[in-house]
Design a protein around this ligand. Structure first.
Ligand code: ADP
Ligand code: MG
Length: 299
């Protein structure tokens, strides 16, 4: 590729809301046949909302929600915003939250977040993490996890000093532009594959809505990377990846074409070859068409 041709592509990309970070990546799009798509924040709006908070002891609901929110202050995940909003919207939880400080916050990409939470009188170890089918939960909490699974919601458990004290169910919606973007990708001969750290139930709900056949749920950031590598080895063309989170950075970097959502984390944007600056998945087929057109100008 000549520098001039790339500049033409780059300039046109900026007009279309696509920021091209790697000129080499343009070369790859010639043969992209598969795209690995992250769910939360990529196919969906990433603006999650808390649907329900279930606790073992109703008298502790505000306390558990406030503790969870205090820990989520240290996370960039869409779940964090939703839990904080829910706590702030609840007078009892909001009052408690103001008195809490979290230290030693550790975010585990694709799994959850934990911290030491100080309420002025005591310090407790609090963790908000994904609910697993293998968790041994008291009946009331297990029922809440099962109910959330049936509706395709995302579910987290709240652990206080190692004891599961609550279950938070969250909902997300498919972006209005996602179905058309997937149709456009299919028209370009590109097969969509869903890869998410979320539960199989939540993954299946979104895949069914969008007609995506290949679904990988409950994947770790390393699994996302390995999925890209496996698809690359299968040798049926090159592999693109679109994602927005810290959990997507390794896969974005490894893909032949990494597309980061501009609405996502800084880490994802630093790992992408292309950034959809407007944060819209509609920019993904646009980016691929643009790159193919740029390449034709070059050759
Ligand atoms: P996705 O691939 O859909 O973007 P992630 O890999 O980021 O999902 O997260 C996978 C799962 O890990 C989430 O569905 C959630 O259950 C849990 N998780 C990740 N981050 C957090 C957090 N900050 N708080 C609670 N749970 C989290
Ligand atoms: Mg995501």
């Amino acid at each position: 590729a000549t520098p001039t041709a790339i500049m033409v592509g780059t300039g046109r990309g900026a007009e279309l809301g696509v920021l091209i970070r790697s000129a080499e990546a343009l070369e790859a799009t010639r043969e992209v046949r598969t795209i690995v798509l992250d769910k939360t924040g990529t196919l969906t709006t990433g603006t999650m909302a808390v649907e329900s908070v279930t606790v073992l002891d109703d008298a502790r609901r505000a306390e558990v929600l406030a503790l969870a929110a205090a820990v989520e202050r240290g996370s960039e995940h869409p779940i964090a915003r939703a839990v904080l909003d829910a706590a702030e919207a609840d007078d009892a939880a909001a009052g408690r939250l103001r008195a809490l400080t979290a230290t030693e916050t550790t975010a585990q990409a694709g799994a959850g977040v934990r911290a030491q939470v100080d309420d002025g009188a005591a310090v407790r170890a609090v963790e908000v993490r994904r609910a697993d089918e293998t968790d041994a939960l008291p009946r009331r909490l297990a029922d809440a996890v099962a109910a959330a699974g049936r509706t395709g919601s995302t579910v987290c458990t709240v652990l206080v000093d190692g004891v599961v004290s609550g279950v938070i169910a969250l909902g997300d919606t498919v972006r209005p532009e996602t179905p058309a973007a997937l149709d456009a990708l299919r028209a370009l001969g590109i097969r969509p594959v869903l890869a998410t750290g979320d539960s199989p139930a939540a993954a299946r709900a979104v895949a069914a809505e969008l007609g995506i056949e290949e679904v990988h749920a409950r994947v770790t950031p390393e699994d996302k990377l390995h999925l890209v590598e496996t698809l690359q080895r299968e040798g049926t063309g090159q592999v693109a990846m679109a994602g927005d989170g810290i959990n997507d950075t390794a896969a974005l970097a490894r893909a032949d074409l990494g597309i980061a959502m501009g609405s996502g984390t800084d880490a994802a944007m630093a790992s992408g070859d292309i950034v959809a600056s407007d944060g819209s998945i509609a920019s993904v087929p646009t980016a691929i068409r643009l790159a193919r057109a740029t390449l034709r100008t070059i050759r």
